[in-house]
Design a protein around this ligand. Sequence first.
Ligand SMILES: [Zn+2]
Length: 375
Amino acid sequence: MSAPDPRALTRELLAYNTINPPGMERACAQKLGALLESAGFRVAYHEFADERTSLIATIGGADKPPICFTGHIDTVPLGAARWSRDAFAGETDGDRLYGRGATDMKSGIAATVAAALDLAPHLRRGPGVTLVLTAGEEIGCEGARYLADQRLLDRAGAIVVAEPTANYPYIGHKGLAWFEIETLGVTAHGSMPELGENAIVKMAKVIGALDGFHFPIEAHPVMGEPTLNVGTIRGGLNTNSVPDEACITVDTRTVPGIDHGHLEKSLAALLAPHAASVRKIVDCASLYTDPGDAWIAEVFEVCAPFVGGRPEPRTITFSTDGADLKRGFGGAVPAVILGPGEPKLAHQTDEWCSMNRIEESVDIFRELMKRWCRA
Ligand SMILES: [Zn+2]
C-alpha cells in the first residue's frame, strides 16, 4: 500500500471530535489502527475507561528494541472565544491548516504514522518501530499512565514524543505536581468573630509560608529553577459569617532529582503549624536526557538542516506522556520532544499548523526510523 499524504491524514484526524473531557478517542484510534494493521503492524487497543482508547502498533522486533514514536489523540476544548474557522473541517489558508488539534497534536500523529507506513516494508526484519498513540493526555496523562501501570508497554530503545516543537528537538521538560491545600475553622456570626475561628486568616499565613518556600535542590543546568505558584483560592460563603473553610491550589514545576511524594511531605511539614492539609492532585514526572547521549547527538544531526543549524540542548515548558512511557519502558531510555506543531499555538483559538512543517516532520521521522533500523 502507498503511504497517505500526511496533510490529508491530519485533516482526516481533525474531523474526529476528541475534545477531552470527555475524550472519546476510540473511533479515531480505530481509524489509525486499521491503517497501521493494513501495512503489517501488530495493533493492540487498551482502554483505561469506556471509549478512552490508546493503541500500540509494532512492526519488526528483532535484536535491539524498537524506536518508539508517541502522540496523544485527545485535544483540549475549544475555549470561550469564538473561532473564525471550523474547528473540525480541516480548513486551509495558504500553508496553514486550521483545527482543534492541528498543532497539538494530530499533525504530529499524522507525520509519525505517514513515516511508519512509508517505511513499513523495510521495517519487518530489523528492530522495528513501535507507535504508542494515547488517549487522555490533556488531563493528567491518563492513557500513558494506564499503559505504564498495567505493564502493557513492551520495550523501546528511544522515544520521540511528537508534541508541537516546530521540529526543534527538546531534550526534556520539567515535572508537574499540583496540590490542594485546605484550612478549616469554626463558623460564627460575622458580628461576633471572637466566637469563631477564621479559615481564611489561617490560609493567609499558609500563603505567606509558601511565598518563602525554597526547593532543597540546585538549579538544573538546562531547566533552571523549580517553581511554585498559588493558582486558585476559594473560601467563605458570605460576608457576614466567619469562614470555616478555605482552599488553594498550588502548581509546582519540578526538575529531575525532586521526588513528588517527598515534596508533598515537605509542604505538609512546612504548613503543619497552620493546621493546613496538603493533598497531591496531579502528578507528572519530569523528563530529561543528557545532551551527551549518542542517540540525542544523532537526532540533533538529523534536525539541524530543518532548524537553521545544530540544535542546542533545550527543554520545553509543557509536560508530556514521555515521562510515563519512559517509566513503562523500564526507565533508562533516551527521549526527545519533536513534532511539527507550533508550540505557541497549542490550546489557542484558531489553532493551526504549517503544512510544510508536517512534511518536514515526515522526513525527519523517516530518517530517524531508517537510522535506528538501518533500513
Ligand atoms: Zn499535547
